[in-house]
Design a protein around this ligand. Structure first.
Ligand SMILES: Cc1ncc(COP(=O)(O)OP(=O)(O)O)c(N)n1
Ligand SMILES: Cc1ncsc1CCOP(=O)(O)O
Ligand SMILES: [Mg+2]
Length: 362
């Protein structure tokens, strides 16, 4: 029973109805999120956290609160917003349900003060747990998507920047790095902002080259750092564990250091000399072979890779590649992206069947 004396005839039934509706709303929203954690992300830990909160809410949903339910007399059952009917993707669906849960908990917290101060305090704590769940969910999704990404497009300045990138995204690209060494920051900021939106619309990750500040400013999924950029540990302090940090490496020592520093992935190259990074010596396919044997984290062969030499890079043990010109300068970026994907999928399939004969069969 509630511990507050209110106008029993009028206020109490209304408060009970509000608590009833919002307890249901929060539990339903959590259930929707839980299903994705369980079946979409295969994360028992995240699914359990949702389940735990649902059960705690069920414990608060007392019979006197339930008894106040009056669905036929609720004018709100007919009210929907057109946006509730559309979800452009899983991202939006999860976001909408997280908001729904957070709002419902806030309502319970406030109206709960008129019913039970303990209930209100418990639900307040739960609201913070949902915020944590939200960031863990996002981080988990980012890292899963990184692991699933085998083609990485690094941009170069282009009059057709957005069209080319959209075409690549339509070809199935899931990882993009915005690399622009010459523009003013105002341009970089505005392009980065648009590119993040475009990538997220297609469910792809968006990484920024060199600049941790820009990554924070546009809420990018991460940053790519070179040997001359700030150390991974500093970037981590700013970006936290939720965001992805990549590091360029050209030799085994740099690779080991990047791994120790806590990079989420590494660039391995330049495999071949390339005008995109003029003057930088090639590390060669030997370094790709070394990475194939020694890198415990995702790594992308980069530098001079195109459709003609892709097979050699794959034969050297690569399963992930990063390219600039091969797609940025392609006449048909969608087709080239699809071609890269088909080859990368082919080697993954072969290696999953017979890992030990990897290099001779590609
Ligand atoms: C995936 C990937 N690998 C390597 C690089 C090169 O980074 P860096 O050495 O910092 O050189 P710039 O790209 O900044 O010129 C990269 N960008 N991406
Ligand atoms: C950014 C970078 N880092 C190492 S090689 C490289 C450029 C790769 O460009 P391309 O794919 O056009 O050779
Ligand atoms: Mg750099």
């Amino acid at each position: 029973m509630g511990d507050k004396n209110n106008n029993i005839n009028f206020i109490q039934p209304a408060v009970y109805r509000i608590l009833d509706a919002n307890l249901d709303r929060a539990r339903e929203g959590l259930r929707i999120i839980e299903e994705w954690c369980r079946f979409g992300l295969n994360s028992g830990q995240l699914a359990n956290e949702c389940k735990q909160m649902r059960q705690e809410l069920a414990g608060l949903h007392s019979s006197e609160i339930r008894a106040a339910r009056d669905t036929p007399g609720d004018p709100g059952t007919e009210l929907t917003h057109p946006k509730e009917e559309q979800r452009s993707g899983i991202e939006q669906l999860l976001q909408a349900n997280l908001c729904r849960v957070e709002e419902a908990l806030r309502v319970i917290e406030e109206y709960g003060k008129l019913y039970s101060t303990q209930m209100s305090a418990d639900v307040k704590q739960m609201r913070y747990r949902v915020y944590t769940l939200e960031s863990n969910l996002l981080a988990y999704r980012r890292h899963q998507l990184l692991k699933r990404s085998h083609l990485y497009l690094v941009t170069s300045p282009s009059e057709n920047l957005f069209n080319v990138i959209e075409a690549a995204l339509q070809g199935g690209l899931t990882l993009l790095q915005y690399r622009d060494k010459t523009s003013d920051d105002s341009i970089r900021l505005s392009y980065a902002h648009k590119l993040r939106q475009l990538c997220h619309h297609y469910g792809a990750l968006f990484i920024i080259n060199d600049r941790v500040d820009l990554a924070v400013a546009v809420d990018a999924d991460g940053v790519h750092l070179g040997q001359q950029d700030i150390p991974v540990a500093f970037a981590r302090q700013i970006l936290g564990t939720q965001r992805i940090i990549g590091k360029s490496t050209t030799n085994p020592d740099e690779m080991q250091r990047a791994i120790q520093e806590g990079a989420d992935y590494i660039g391995v190259g330049p495999v071949y000399e390339t005008p995109t990074k003029a003057g930088k010596a090639a590390a060669g396919v030997e370094y790709v072979q070394y990475a194939a044997k020694n890198s415990p984290i995702p790594w992308f062969a980069i530098g001079g890779i195109d459709m003609n030499n892709l097979n050699d890079v794959l034969k050297s043990g690569a399963e992930r590649v990063a390219v600039v010109r091969a797609i940025m300068e392609a006449e048909q970026p969608t087709l080239i992206t699809q071609y890269f994907h088909s080859q990368l999928t082919r080697v993954q399939t072969l290696r999953s069947i017979e890992p030990q004969v990897v290099q001779s069969h590609v």
